[in-house]
Design a protein around this ligand. Structure first.
Ligand code: ZN
Length: 282
């Protein structure tokens, strides 16, 4: 299933994308898509619905993050060897774990706002993992059975705040609008192998990032297992799993986002995002 949340900010409804790519409303069946709707039993109930009997949604509404009420937004750094190289950093011996503030989460096509005074705002297309059930000290073998599904994420990053402001990385990762998620939460039954998904990102129509999850240093199963040794993963937690090369920081000279730039990005089978960069406003 491709689950979505759609509608105006604060008035989002749950929905799904049917086999013909049409948006259908789920609000007669579930209140929202969040921690309480992501377990295997809850997803099985949705899967049993007759999709062609669900109401079609008219027009082209805004998409929100397909997950509401995300308890934790966890991120993995330098998970592609060639991205570590372009960042001038060694390949990490263990996954680098940091947090993105949940207040940065937004819809996939909402504007990205430059933070106040920012001159080094950058892009990162990433595979997002959405937890379906609680995971605590899970093995790598069992890890994926705790995953509800997958999504496209732009791990927007302010490099000066991330690297030059005394630590930690979190300062440059959780600014408002820095977490576009979606458009779809694709349930894990449709992505039997998350380690073979093509990914790309363009700025103003020019290809900047091309990658594939097959070249991740640490697999999704490894990441879920690893993170669960340090904190309990709860339903609705989102883990963004690292970016392939081609970020602005790695350009010679570096190139950062400015007002009016448009980022478009996507992951094979998980849908596409489009964000316009806007200046700081309160
Ligand atoms: Zn990242």
């Amino acid at each position: 299933m491709k689950l979505v949340r759609y509608g105006m900010l604060g008035k989002e409804k749950p929905g799904l994308i049917d086999a013909d790519g049409k948006l259908r409303d789920l609000s007669k069946h579930i209140k929202n898509i969040g921690p309480d709707q992501l377990g295997d039993a809850a997803l099985a109930r949705l899967r049993a619905l007759k999709t062609d009997e669900l109401p079609l949604v008219k027009g082209t509404p805004r998409y929100a993050s397909p997950v509401a009420g995300v308890p934790k937004f966890i991120a993995i750094g330098l998970n592609f060897a060639d991205h570590a190289a372009e960042s001038g950093l060694p390949i990490p011996p263990e996954p680098i774990v940091f947090m993105k503030a949940t207040s940065c989460i937004q819809g996939p096509n909402d504007d990205v706002m430059l933070p106040k005074g920012s001159v080094k705002t950058d892009w990162e297309v990433e595979l997002g993992v959405v937890m379906g059930t609680r995971a605590r000290y899970v093995s790598q073998k069992d890890a994926l059975s705790h995953v509800a599904g997958y999504c496209t994420i732009n791990d927007v990053s302010e490099r000066e705040y991330q690297i030059e402001r005394g630590g930690t990385w979190d300062k440059g990762k959780g600014c408002d609008t820095f977490g576009p998620i979606g458009p779809w939460l694709v349930t894990r039954d449709e992505i039997p192998n998350p380690q073979k998904l093509g990914m790309w990102l363009d700025v103003n129509g020019k290809r900047m990032q091309t990658g594939n999850t097959k070249t991740m240093i640490f697999s999704v199963a490894k990441i879920v297992s690893y993170v669960s040794q340090f904190m309990t993963l709860e339903p609705g937690d989102v883990i963004t799993t690292g970016t392939p090369p081609g970020v602005g920081l790695g350009m010679k000279p570096p190139m950062y986002l400015k007002k009016g730039d448009v980022m478009t990005l996507g992951i094979e089978g998980l849908g596409e995002q489009r964000q316009t960069v806007v200046p700081f406003s309160r």
